[in-house]
Write a protein that binds this ligand. Structure first.
Ligand code: FE2
Length: 410
């Protein structure tokens, strides 16, 4: 055996030794009698599948304040600032920031990332850069790229053409932004077009859907209906869906039935939407996060994303998925023990399901040897203390180690 991790604790509480060899998990047992080239004592620490960042924009990451800061804190000022910033994008600029962000994520236990790439500018620089990055990092982190029409599929005369060019260049998924199209009709048409493109090019779908406080923004029902009719189901993801929090309960109850039937995935981004949404409210002020708890209670797959790390929409952000899970626990009022465990699943296994990676993800024997060790004894403890990820193993090798902070009283 190449590596044995001794005396670890799985998220379900079982105490185990884990053997890694040939890039795969070879054994998960209460005690492994064999020896290994490298024996690592974990002292009862939590061993987990890696974190999954199911929603981020790597092309805009680390640009906060360029060319100016977002003073209103709104989504729409963010889009305007990004429209200016993206005029000066170069391949090198995007690649350097994306790789710096991926390193920040990986050192905190993220080994799977779905990034949106803006395909609204004519040179497709952001997209080309992220496709190069996806390839350059594939030996240590898995990246999926979504072609995301930030300015709308029908917001400019060339946008549809650019989307198709992006798909030909090899994105993993088709994206969209129906609530930002000029008219409701354009929004509905954009969703139908996204499904057509996904079927023609055999891609996943991940739509920025109803990311607005408008209770009349109802593109989620269109996405769900298209998922039912096309049979694409679990290959489809609705991101944000913050308007769902503003729908009246009679409509939300009816919609929930359709969503369960559609079998689509949801991604909530509680860090950023708690700050972006509700900006036009006085009091009471809305939380701006979709109905995470109710979706989870219906058995619908929900994962959580960071969305932004220091960009025009959110000038904070660390890439730490425990920050995201902690915010979900608070904003979605999921403080029960089962609910906290569910929020941990939303940044691990549920994210893998959203990315359609569940066959290669997990701590079972025969799966790729991607796993992390945390300075915590349970998922609850990890979220509560935002515990340090002490070891990250990727493709059977130790990729990065971090020492927890030491406190010394005099
Ligand atoms: Fe987003």
């Amino acid at each position: 055996m190449d590596i044995i991790l001794r005396d670890g604790r799985l998220p379900d509480g079982r105490a185990v030794d884990i053997g890694l060899d040939n890039g795969l998990i070879q054994a998960v047992e209460p005690h492994l009698p064999t020896s290994a080239r490298q024996d690592i004592a974990l002292g009862g620490r939590l061993v987990s599948p890696p974190f999954v960042e199911s929603h981020i924009h790597l092309d805009s990451a680390l640009t906060a304040g360029q060319p100016r800061w977002n003073q209103s804190g709104t989504l729409f000022e963010g889009i305007e600032i990004w429209r200016d910033r993206k005029q000066s994008l170069s391949l090198e600029d995007v690649k350097a920031r994306a790789i710096a962000t991926l390193k920040l994520q990986a050192q905190q236990g993220v080994l799977y990332v779905r990034s949106h790439a803006d395909v609204s500018e004519t040179s497709l620089t952001a997209l080309r850069a992220l496709l190069e990055v996806r390839d350059a990092v594939k030996d240590w982190i898995t990246v999926q790229v979504v072609a995301f029409p930030q300015d709308g599929l029908y917001g400019g005369p060339k946008n549809l053409e650019l989307m198709e060019a992006a798909l030909k260049l090899g994105t993993d998924a088709v994206g969209g932004i129906p609530h930002y199209e000029m008219t409701r009709e354009d929004g509905v048409e954009s969703v139908h077009r996204i499904f057509e493109l996904a079927q023609r090019y055999d891609r996943l779908i991940d739509i920025h859907c109803d990311e607005i406080d408008d209770d009349q923004s109802r593109f989620l029902e269109v996405v769900a209906a298209c998922a039912v009719r096309s049979g694409l189901g679990s290959r489809v993801t609705a991101s944000h869906t913050t308007a769902f929090a503003s729908y009246n309960n009679a409509y939300a109850f009816k919609l929930m039935g359709l969503l369960a039937r559609a079998n689509i995935n949801f991604i909530a981004n509680p860090l950023i939407n708690i700050t972006l949404q509700g900006r036009t409210d006085t009091y009471p002020k809305r939380r701006g996060v979709t109905r995470v708890k109710e979706l989870w209670q219906q058995g619908i797959n929900v994962s959580l994303g960071h969305d932004c790390v220091q960009d025009p929409w959110y000038n904070l952000g660390t890439g730490n998925m425990l920050d995201v899970a902690s915010m979900a626990v608070h904003v979605c009022q999921m403080t029960g023990q089962e609910e906290i465990a569910a929020c941990y699943a939303m940044v691990t296994a549920n994210g893998a399901k959203t990315l359609s990676l569940q066959d290669s993800y997990g701590l079972e024997v025969g799966k790729p040897a991607n796993l992390i060790v945390l300075d915590a004894d349970s998922p609850y403890d990890a979220i509560r203390r935002r515990a340090t990820v002490t070891h990250v193993f990727s493709r059977g090798k130790l990729l990065v180690q971090t020492k927890p902070a030491e406190v010394k009283w005099e």
